[in-house]
Design a protein around this ligand. Structure first.
Ligand code: PLP
Length: 383
């Protein structure tokens, strides 16, 4: 198969703009070269504006998980109670990460794909004594979008630090770090930001820094100790560990593209993609797995018909050069996950829906292909 022409429609990594690819193809720069340190400074400035914060931005080699680890390693100490709000595979990671740094994970679990019940969050927060609250913006396992602003309002009334994993949200859905009271927000390069995998991005505000300064015990980690990284983020001419120079140039280009498009316009584009994709799914006779009132805009997770297995479907659609991701957990073979974010365009969405219908036709489910892609086209035509 010609990978250069395939549509990579998984929920990350996503396809990136040729502008980003050209930036990645530049000769390797010294990490001390002015061309690089100036580019790093500009990248961090644009990152802050993407996160809508006046806090400190961090851009470090690693994946999204590094940001999760950094949050726990720096903010959590022995015996600290952490409220972990979970409704999918990625939210469930906190209960493994938090105890690794001495914390006690108090899990507030909702069924996978079901919306967070704010009443229960309020009730649990009312018990008091939490050092931090951890939650996902979008849980990419099910396509659920969580009410980050509303949870922020509840956390505001407590002393807890508010930590949000926006690996699959920022750059595609509204996320206003300062306005929503988020103290530590993390993301990854490879999803709605539209850069390749390999960089971990996060920002911390003053409240988070104060908590780090007030620690009773030293931070045990070496690489994720943010006190060691902070001087480099404030002045990229300094050294702690070699930055991924080429990746930073790719990220700079991706962030420039975001700011040229404008955040509001980008959020609207992703909302439209989601609306069109949902119409497409329904048009071909499928339903969506996550709670329809709380859909993420960056991906869709359709349920497959009883007669079709996820692995069969993905093989069939792969023949049309469209790559989708399998479901996770208990719904692994009953759902598929399709990313529609970052640098994706209207034509990528309609091509994916038409390939889905052709695959389902070959598998004996769709009799007359075209109704799904037609429904999506109507949404785009009206917009
Ligand atoms: C919501 C969420 N959190 C965390 C992660 C982990 O990120 P990474 O795979 O880049 O380490 C992912 C990855 O898909 C994710 O979707």
């Amino acid at each position: 198969m010609d990978h250069e022409r395939e549509l990579l429609m998984i929920p990350g990594p996503t396809m990136v703009s040729p502008r980003v690819l050209r930036a990645l193809a530049k000769p390797i720069l010294s990490h001390g070269a002015a061309e690089f340190t100036e580019a790093y400074t500009e990248t961090l400035r644009l990152q802050k504006s993407l996160f809508m914060t006046s806090g400190t931005p961090f851009l470090i080699s690693g994946s999204g998980t590094l940001g999760m680890e950094a949050a726990a390693a720096n903010l959590v100490e022995n015996g600290d109670r952490v409220l972990c709000i979970e409704n999918g595979f990625f939210g469930e990671k906190w209960q493994e990460i938090v105890p690794g740094h001495g914390g006690v994970a108090d899990r507030l679990t909702f069924e996978w794909g079901k919306a967070v019940d704010l009443k229960l969050v309020k009730e649990r927060l009312g018990k008091g004594g939490y050092k931090a609250v951890f939650v996902e913006h979008v849980d990419t396992s099910t396509g659920i979008g969580n009410p980050i602003e509303e949870i922020g309002k509840l956390v505001k009334g407590t002393d807890a630090l508010y930590v949000v994993d926006s690996v699959c949200g920022i750059g595609g859905m509204p996320l206003k770090m300062d306005e929503w009271g988020i103290d530590f927000c993390l993301s990854g390069s490879q999803k709605a930001i539209g850069a390749p995998p390999g960089l971990s991005l996060f920002c911390l505000n003053e409240k988070a820094w104060k908590a780090i300064e007030a620690r009773k015990t030293p931070i045990a980690d070496y690489y994720t100790n943010l006190k060691r990284w902070r001087p480099i983020m404030e002045d990229p001419k300094k050294y702690f560990a070699t930055p991924a120079t080429g990746m930073v140039l790719g990220m700079l280009e991706a962030l420039k593209i975001i700011h040229e498009e404008g955040l509001e316009a980008r959020w609207k584009r992703h909302a439209l993609f989601s609306k069109a994709f949902q119409a497409g799914i329904k048009g071909m006779g499928l339903t969506s797995f996550p709670d329809e009132k709380s859909l993420a805009h960056t991906l869709s997770v359709p349920k497959l018909p009883e007669s079709v297995k996820g692995s069969e479907f993905r093989a069939a659609i792969g023949k049309f050069n469209v790559i989708t991701a399998g479901g996770l957990g208990a719904v692994a073979d009953k759902t598929i996950r399709v990313g529609h974010m970052g640098s994706d365009m209207v034509n990528d969405i309609t091509a994916t829906l038409s390939a889905m219908e052709m695959a389902l036709h070959q598998l004996g489910y769709v009799k007359e292909p075209g109704a799904g892609v037609g429904a999506a086209m109507k949404v785009f035509a009206k917009a």
